[in-house]
Write a protein that binds this ligand. Sequence first.
Ligand SMILES: Cc1cc2nc3c(=O)[nH]c(=O)nc-3n(C[C@H](O)[C@H](O)[C@H](O)COP(=O)(O)OP(=O)(O)OC[C@H]3O[C@@H](n4cnc5c(N)ncnc54)[C@H](O)[C@@H]3O)c2cc1C
Length: 494
Amino acid sequence: MNDAPDIVIIGSGMGGASLAAGLASSGARIVILERGHQIPDDAPARDPWRIYTNSAFRSNETWLDEDGEAFEPGNYYNVGGNSKLYGAVLLRYRAEDFSALEHFDGMSPAWPFPYEELSPWYDAAEQLFQVRGDAQSDATEPPHGQPYPFPPVPDEEAIRVARRRLERVGTKPFSLPLGVDIDRWLDAGQTGWDGYPDTRCGKMDAETCSLRTALAHDNVSLITGAQVTELRTGYKSSRIHEVHYRKDGEDHCLTPGVVALCAGAVQSAALLLRSGVANLSGYVGRCFMNHNATAMIAIDPRFKNTSVYQKTFGLNDWYLDDGEDGKPLGNVQLLGRVTPDILKIQVPHLPKFAARWISGHALDLYLISEDLPDPESRVVLKDGKIQLIWQRSNMTAHRKLVEKTRETLKDAGFPVVLSRLFDGRVPSHQCGTVRLGNDPATSVLGPDCRSWDNPNLFVCDAGALPTSAAVNPALTVAALALRTAETIKKDLAA
Ligand SMILES: Cc1cc2nc3c(=O)[nH]c(=O)nc-3n(C[C@H](O)[C@H](O)[C@H](O)COP(=O)(O)OP(=O)(O)OC[C@H]3O[C@@H](n4cnc5c(N)ncnc54)[C@H](O)[C@@H]3O)c2cc1C
């Protein structure tokens, strides 16, 4: 292998693989270093007990919480990163999310550029991930340059009934844009896909879409089991000169022209802190965000939920205001199907028959509200370990969203509505720790995802997002990565 490739990309998840897809046709010699391995074809990928209890897929890594207590985070290290387990909801941030927005508990700041700047890259990302959707069905959907490549994934019969019930009480359910080939997915197993790892059977994720595109080019190579341990600048230079990584117990070093760090919001911040680079602002690790999210189960004994995958519609009725001239509340979307096994795993003391009954008569939802950037909400290193000090924000909006949704479901004929707030041990929508911005004093990256301090260093993963909005982050990460590929290509051509 050439030890001095043109570009090293660290991480093969949503950001890294999409960046590689965008750069591959340039002919530049690109090496992707991925800490994990490919999820094998014969992995227990449809067995909830293996996924949610003795996790066959999580690493045994621990982080520290705010009080210094160790916990196992729900963070996945494998080819394709967290996208291998994701729910494949591929929503764009709304146009308003790029402007300053007043929330109940503070301001969401403006991005350094408007929605229109990212819109063509969203188009490209939707093509890359073969998104199934309907741009007309949601009033908050921003303008598209191209229609969705495929029509929406159809509602199952029980979900169609639930959608009608919600329409009848005045809400406007819309079809979730999804990256799933539903026929292929179901052929390989009768389960939902949200939280289930993909063994290349129908989920459109960083491995099956972006990485596959990139690796079709001879100039792109992937090294797995390669954990990057340090970035070093050159002598009297601010350029990143060396990328050190560990593979099979041995240390290696590459000296690329360009380094793109895409290890995920928490790990990218940790690597920069460990390496002591890109942090003249002191903002690396700060402004950690993770959506305020609640799982909700709405039960009606007359409703029979016979669905397998469920996750096909959402509600943005209160996305921009609470419906009473108030402020934004957030997004509601169906969860992947909460089967009796999953319910039993989450509530172990529940008798099996009760889990079966509840699951058969319930609609399962996921409620997301924006978390606002706060410099005191942060990733730090404590004795070399990652410590996550998450200061939740904007909980007024989230509590209102939970109440609005609860009332709506009751009006729609679900008399019992149970809910549970996700805690900080599930950082699935982590972002913001290596934020882009206009001001080098309060951001780590410029608007083009380039480090203010190290001119050949780019960060394009969820860490770059300056706000969390209240939609799932992956499509925005991919769009930013595809846009950054163009910047890097121009650098290489200069
Ligand atoms: C269960 C679950 C469901 C989700 N559902 C959705 C959804 O429906 N829609 C949505 O938009 N988002 C969803 N997400 C979030 C989405 O997966 C992430 O936002 C997205 O993957 C972030 O992309 P990323 O590039 O920042 O990080 P990742 O995709 O996690 O990629 C980071 C990569 O870097 C590698 N890495 C880390 N450290 C190192 C190192 N030191 N050296 C080398 N490699 C390293 C990791 O192994 C990983 O492959 C979900 C996440 C989870 C966990």
